[in-house]
Design a protein around this ligand. Structure first.
Ligand code: MCA
Ligand code: AMP
Length: 496
C-alpha cells in the first residue's frame, strides 16, 4: 500500500471494496481500479509538469468501461476537475465543452477516438491530447506524492442546456458529490451485495452519480454497457454474470418503455422468464423525466415492481424521492431527501442544501441569476405538494426547455444552429408530447426560395448531438406571432 496517497475525497478507499467492476479491459485491468487511478494521477502530473492540478480541467472521451473510472479518479487524485465528454457528440459540441471549460488536457481512448482527437487537436493547440495507453508514469514518478484534495475543491463540470442558448458547465465540488452520493446510499439502501446494470450515458448526473458513483462508494458490483439494448438487459436480469444476479436497475422512462416493448415482442416462454427474473431485483428506479402512469402500471404488471420515481437535476443532484420502504405514489416524485430543503415559490420548485452545485463555470451572472437571495436554486420546474408531503412535477416554466429520452434540449440552441444554415430563413423548435420519448424535438421551418428540407437534418447532425436534432419537420410560410412580434410556440405545437 502506498502511504503517500491521500484519502479519496468522497468514498472509502477503493481497495477496501469487496465488489468488482466488470467489463475490465486495457492496461489498468491487472492492477485494478485503485492502483490504476493512482498511476493515472501520477502520469497526469508528470505529463502536465505539475505537482497539483489545482482545479485545472481535464476532459475525457472514454466509452463506459473501467478506463473511464480510472481516468475520473485519476484526475481527482491529481487535484483536477473532471469534464466527461459524450462519446456520441459530434466535433463542434466536443470542441465547445473543451473550450468553454478551458481544459488543460483531454484524455482519450486511442483506438476508438484517435482520428477525432487528432482533428480536434488542430483546432485546440493549447490543449494536451493524451491517449490513455501512454498515460503511465515514468520510474521517477512512480512514487511521487499526490496532492491532498479537500472536499471544498471543485471536482466536476457537466454540460447542461438552459434557457440561454449554448449549454452551461455546472460545477460541483467534492463536498457536493459526497452529499449527492451519501444521501442515495442511505435512502436507497445501496450495499456491497448490490450488483447494478449500468445502461446510461456517463456524461450526466443520472449515470455518473446515481448509478456509477453510488455503486463504487457502496463497494457494490456494476456492469457497464456501452449501448442500451432491451433484449440484452432482459437476458441479464435472467442470467446475471459470473453466477450473480443483478439487484439494482436505474433508467429514464424511455428505457422502461423500450423494455416493455421488447417484452411484448418476446416469445411467451421468454416473457415468463423475463418477468420472473425482474421480480428478483431489489430496486428499480425511474427519473430524469416524468414517468407516465401507464408505463408505471405496465411495469408493475410485468415485474411486480412499482418503480421508485425521484426528481433531480444536474445542478442539484437528487432532491425529491419516493421511499425505498413505504408508499410509492404514482404520478409523484415523493418527498424531500434528507439534507435538501425544497420549497415552492410562485409555483416554482426551489432547492437548497449541500448537494446543490457551486456555479456555472465562467458565468458569474448566470450563476447569480439562478439563485434566490437566501441561497435557493431556482429549478425552473413547476410543482405542487400534497397535504401529506408528496411532490408532483407539473412541467417546465419555460417552453424552450425540452426533455427527450431523458436528455435536456434547449429549443433556442437548436433554433440558433438552424438559423446558420443558408437555406433557413426562420425556424421555431418545440417539444411535441410523445408516449415513448417524453417529448420529440420538432421544427417548423421557413425555407428560402427553392430550398428543401432534405439536407437540413444531416447538416445539423454534424453540428449538434443526435438527441437535439428534430425528428419532426414542417415547412411553413410564416410563424404565428403575438402582438409583441414574439412567436407563439403553443400555436406552433398545434401543427404537429
Ligand atoms: C433516438 N431516437 C430518437 C431519439 N433518440 N427518436 C426520437 N427522439 C429521440 N430523442 C431514434 C433514433 O433516430 C433511432 O431511430 C432509434 O431511436 C434508436 O436510436 P439510438 O440512438 O440507438 O437510441 P437509443 O440508444 O435506443 O437511445 C435511447 C436512450 C437514450 C437509451 C433512451 O436516449 C438515453 O440513453 N437516454 C438517457 C439520457 C440520460 O441519461 N439523461 C439523464 C440526464 P431509427 O432506428 O429509426 O434510426 S441527468 C438528469 O436528467 C437529471 C440529473 C436526473 O434527474 O436524472
Ligand atoms: P437535467 O438538466 O438534464 O439534469 O434535467 C433535469 C430536469 O429533468 C429537471 O429540471 C426536470 O425538469 C426533469 N426531471 C428529472 N426528474 C424528473 C421526474 N421524475 N419527473 C419530471 N421531470 C423530471
Amino acid at each position: 500500500m502506498d502511504s503517500n496517497r491521500p484519502p479519496p475525497a468522497w468514498a472509502p478507499p477503493l481497495e477496501q471494496r469487496s465488489g468488482t467492476l466488470w467489463d475490465i479491459r486495457g492496461p489498468h485491468s491487472s492492477q485494478g481500479l485503485d492502483a490504476g487511478a493512482t498511476r493515472m494521477a501520477r502520469a497526469l502530473l508528470e505529463r502536465l509538469g505539475r505537482e497539483d492540478l489545482a482545479e485545472s480541467r481535464v476532459a475525457y472521451w472514454i466509452p463506459s468501461s473501467l478506463e473511464y473510472v480510472v481516468a475520473q479518479w485519476g484526475v481527482w487524485r491529481a487535484g483536477g476537475v473532471t469534464v466527461p465528454l459524450c462519446t456520441a457528440h459530434p466535433l463542434p459540441e466536443l470542441e465547445y465543452a473543451i473550450r468553454d471549460s478551458r481544459c488543460s488536457a483531454v484524455l482519450f481512448d486511442r483506438e476508438a477516438w484517435g482520428a477525432t482527437a487528432a482533428e480536434l487537436a488542430l483546432h485546440l493547440p493549447e490543449v494536451a491530447f493524451l491517449p490513455l495507453d501512454e498515460l503511465v508514469p515514468s520510474p521517477g514518478f512512480e512514487l511521487v506524492r499526490l496532492p491532498a484534495v479537500g472536499l471544498e475543491r471543485r471536482a466536476q463540470i457537466l454540460y447542461t442546456s438552459g434557457t440561454t442558448g449554448k449549454p452551461k458547465g455546472a460545477v460541483t465540488t467534492h463536498a457536493n458529490l459526497l452529499a449527492q452520493v451519501q444521501v442515495l446510499l442511505e435512502e436507497w439502501g445501496w450495499n456491497s451485495n448490490d450488483f447494478a446494470l449500468h445502461v446510461l450515458p456517463l456524461h450526466h448526473t443520472h449515470g455518473i452519480i446515481n448509478v456509477l458513483s453510488c455503486a463504487i462508494a457502496a463497494g457494490a458490483s456494476i456492469e457497464l454497457f456501452q449501448k442500451f439494448d432491451a433484449r440484452q438487459i432482459w437476458e441479464r436480469f435472467c442470467s446475471g454474470r459470473e453466477g450473480r444476479l443483478p439487484t439494482v436497475f436505474m433508467a429514464v422512462p424511455t428505457i422502461y418503455s423500450k423494455l416493455i416493448e421488447a417484452h411484448a415482442h418476446a416469445a411467451p416462454e421468454d416473457q415468463k422468464r423475463y418477468s420472473e427474473a425482474a421480480r428478483r431485483l431489489r430496486l428499480m428506479v425511474s427519473g430524469s423525466a416524468a414517468l407516465p402512469i401507464p408505463v408505471l402500471e405496465k411495469w408493475r404488471d410485468l415485474t411486480g415492481h412499482t418503480l421508485l420515481e425521484r426528481y433531480g437535476m444536474t445542478e442539484i443532484g437528487m432532491a425529491l424521492s419516493n421511499p425505498l420502504q413505504g408508499e410509492r405514489r404514482p404520478g409523484t416524485v415523493g418527498k424531500p431527501l434528507p439534507g435538501s430543503e425544497v420549497r415552492l415559490q410562485d409555483g416554482e420548485i426551489q432547492v437548497r442544501g449541500p448537494s446543490v452545485f457551486l456555479e456555472y463555470f465562467g458565468k458569474p451572472d448566470a450563476t447569480a441569476e439562478s439563485f434566490t437571495e437566501d441561497g435557493f436554486f431556482k429549478t425552473g420546474d413547476a410543482g405542487e405538494v400534497s397535504g401529506d408531503g408528496y411532490w408532483k412535477i407539473l412541467g417546465r416554466n419555460s417552453v424552450d426547455i425540452l426533455k427527450t429520452g431523458g436528455y435536456k434540449v434547449s429549443a433556442l440552441e437548436v433554433e440558433a444552429e438552424l438559423r446558420l444554415h443558408p437555406d433557413v430563413s426562420d425556424v421555431c423548435v418545440v417539444g411535441v408530447p410523445d408516449p415513448e420519448w417524453g417529448e420529440r424535438v420538432a421544427a417548423a421551418v421557413i425555407l428560402r426560395e427553392r430550398a428543401t428540407l432534405e439536407d437540413l437534418e444531416p447538416w445539423l447532425r454534424a453540428r449538434l448531438a443526435a438527441y437535439k436534432v428534430p425528428r419532426l419537420w414542417k415547412v411553413v410560410s410564416e410563424l404565428p406571432r403575438n402582438a409583441m412580434g414574439k412567436v407563439t410556440k403553443k400555436a406552433v405545437l398545434d401543427w404537429f
